[in-house]
Design a protein around this ligand. Structure first.
Ligand SMILES: [Fe+2]
Ligand SMILES: [Fe+2]
Length: 302
């Protein structure tokens, strides 16, 4: 199946197809209110239309910056590890071929998202907004910092890549079919999602190839780590939002965010993690005590 997906890349990949239309319509909203973590908060609801519009535009910038973080800080390093021969089971020609195609896709997505954010920043006068590091990346790096062996850090990165690549098409689906936002934004997300639907399958198949090739010690380690990125990915990124709301000088920013923090405790249960649990079941991770415990710790009865 990987061979077939690899052969289809020339016709399928968005980098080889028509470019995304970049027409900006200032009358259209850049993002959906329902995707803001504080959309139901009364202080947000009572803000001026101008503040709400700026927050929506920043929602779009943050949404895109999160995909950039996934491409550059998470997935690309794992692809490079595989090409450097650091991941058992992925040394064959078909694996190397499809990993190179995936790297080209991710580099193209970076260009798509950078173009969209540059135009949004220009048209909405948001050039000054800085988006801090995402918890998704920080939590992965903190986990890596707790281990000294290179193979442990490589497997933490890889587990985060596999989970992110399974989740990212759902994450993009929140906007890819949405008729109520800026057409340029919808087109950007739809183009990205088109490629990511293949990536989620690719990373599932890669996991089915490398996991059996790991040593017993490596397998147990991977099984323990695999559920953790579910919570990292699902995190509501309230620190990023607090910083951005403060940069926008939104009144009551700190209290809006503080009120949302309890909601973040169960964030993992609000994402559709069925793709990851199915993978864990197929790999045999759920047959191990540490794999089961990891999922149970998130409140996921696997
Ligand atoms: Fe991507
Ligand atoms: Fe991807």
């Amino acid at each position: 199946m990987l061979h077939r997906i690899a052969e289809g890349w020339m016709k399928r990949a968005k980098v080889r197809r028509e470019p995304v239309e970049l027409d900006f319509d200032p009358t259209q909203a850049d993002f959906l209110e329902k995707l803001l973590p504080f959309c139901e908060h009364p202080r947000f609801q009572s803000l001026s239309p101008n503040d709400r519009q700026k927050i929506l535009s920043c929602g779009w910038l943050i949404y895109n910056e999160k995909t950039v973080a996934i491409e550059t800080a998470i997935v690309t390093p794992s692809c490079n590890d595989a090409l450097a021969g650091q991941i058992p089971g992925l040394g064959g020609d078909t694996f190397r071929h499809i990993i190179c195609e995936t790297l080209v896709d991710e580099a193209y997505h970076l260009l798509l998202v950078e173009n969209a954010n540059r135009l949004t920043r220009f048209h909405r006068d948001l050039g000054h907004i800085r988006v801090p590091t995402f918890n998704l990346v920080r939590f992965m790096e903190m986990e890596q910092a707790g281990y000294s062996e290179p193979w442990q850090r490589i497997l933490i990165q890889l587990a985060t890549s596999v989970v992110s690549e399974i989740f990212v098409s759902d994450y993009l689906h929140q906007l890819s079919d949405c008729q109520d936002i800026q057409p340029m934004n919808r087109a950007t997300v739809a183009a990205h999602r088109h490629d990511e639907l293949a990536h989620s399958k690719i990373f599932t198949l890669l996991a089915e190839a490398f996991y059996p090739a790991l040593s017993p010690v490596e397998k147990a380690f991977f099984a323990e780590i695999l559920p953790k990125p579910i919570a990292w990915f699902a995190d509501m990124e309230l620190d990023v939002w607090e910083s951005v709301l403060q940069q926008l000088q939104i009144p009551g920013a700190a209290s809006i965010i503080a009120d949302c923090r309890p909601l973040n405790a169960n964030a993992a249960l609000r994402v559709d993690y069925s793709g990851v649990t199915e993978l864990a079941r197929n790999l045999g991770v759920l047959d191990t005590a540490c794999g089961q415990d990891g999922f149970l710790a998130l409140g996921i009865a696997a």
